[in-house]
Design a protein around this ligand. Sequence first.
Ligand code: ADP
Ligand code: MG
Length: 556
Amino acid sequence: MHPPIGIDLGTTNSLICVWQDGQPTLIPNSIGELVTPSVVSVDNDDSILVGRAALSRLTTHPNCTAAAFKRYLGSSKVFELGNKKFTPTELSAMVLKSLKADAQAFLGQEICDVVISVPAYFNDEQRKQTRFAAELAGLNAVRLINEPTAAAMAYGLHEEQSGNTLVFDLGGGTFDVTVLEYSLPIIEVHASAGDNYLGGEDFTHELVKACLSEWNIKPQDIATDDYARLLDLAEQLKCKLNGEKMHNLTWFWQDKQWQFSLNESRARMIWLSLLNRLRAPIEQALSDARLKPNQLEHIVLVGGSSQLGVVRELVTKLFGKLPYRHINPTTIVAQGAAVQAACRLRNADVEEVILTDVCPYTLGIESSSDNVRGLFSPIIERNTIVPTSKVKTFYTTHPQQKYISVAVYQGEHPLVKNNVLIDQFEVPLTPTEELQGIDVRFSYDLNGLLEVDVIIHATGQQHGKVIDHSPIGLTEKQKQESHERLKSLKVHPRDQMPNRTLLARLDRAWAQSLGDERSLIGSYIETFLTVLDRQNTEEIETIRCEIESSLTSLDR
Ligand code: ADP
Ligand code: MG
């Protein structure tokens, strides 16, 4: 019997959760934490590190480390880690592989089938890449669930909710808004909207920009590792903010200390344009759901960045009510994915929940009129309930046409050039004197993946050009190469991760400090290396715990 498993593969943090004894149980990783940073680093001995140790190396070894790669899924961006090159999909696969190993160690059995959550606003290509990442990790993504929908499932399960609810999910790199209605056992998603390029990362980058502008330093004058240290400090400063109390950041650069002070009022000014960008998706989701802000019963905040005071304040102002606070915004998506996995397997412990979701964007094809080419003709309109199948008739533009070209786009603009191309193919025709009609049918499934069928009126012939579910432009050969590349990688041994993680944390603390504090951290490094050399497991564990708590008390 395979246990139901849900995975939240986040831009910043990833989690894996199993449905066990009638509830979702989060699985700890090799260092005992429930949250694994979605960061990958190539270590000095060429082995791959994933998680907290890799995150520390983002500060000390930025050129060998990659973070926030989920933002580039489906793009042509390549990450260079030392002398190795990886696609965002391959990096995502390494995170999934690490989560898989944690789950297998925890459960004492192999796992394969999983439910993976994706941002509601992820496009077709990004969803395909997520599936391919799972395949590379030796997992089968039996279902992709939209993150806010997953959160809603876990939330509904706990709270026996009813009424209209807005899920506001602001993570590290994406922003999703979903409006849904509970009348349990039915959860009906009415609308989703979002911004795939807005998240906590942007808030941190704005702080770095503000620092540099105050200090009159040009970004191009700073070396990569100095910049990485500043980014790390800005991230810590951001998470400390509370009310009007001033917090300081101290950066050492070119033999000088650079100081920057921040409280919420100042942060609100720096983030003005980012905060304004949060409004549009909220307004769109509400208007698509035909609701006014005062018709919402609950506001659920999800995602690490929803903990920012200025964000909570904006939400409270927009809706005139306080958001619901009793959930953990970082873990709820993974928990919901596990609930979905249990429902899928019709687990006896989980009460039947009937969930309807929507396609968050408009899908259609390119067409042309007598005068204008490149028009976008919608077939499935945004926020249509899924699964759905819609058909529309098109005509050839001139007699004797030998084929018709079908270009599938996603987006909200009347001209295709401003939308996202999903696929393109040609359907052969028997040339005739008259113009020919064809039906184009779009079927959009529960995973958010699209299939297209074309039927030629004259012959009744059907061209089941089903849109390839493998990522665009990736040939079988390239897929195979990805498989090989990942197979050949040496992964850092799981049982050594606690030690490796502490070493990386010490290196980072050393890089971020000066003077007495730096000497103290230097002495910890020396002690720990000596103890590691003696290979006495018990002694290593004792010293590791001691040093860990000393670092925590130093706020490092
Ligand atoms: P994702 O879903 O993208 O993996 P998370 O939901 O884990 O991300 O959120 C990560 C983001 O939350 C990061 O940008 C991080 O800076 C931010 N974050 C985490 N904790 C806090 C906090 N206490 N205050 C403000 N931002 C936070
Ligand atoms: Mg998330």
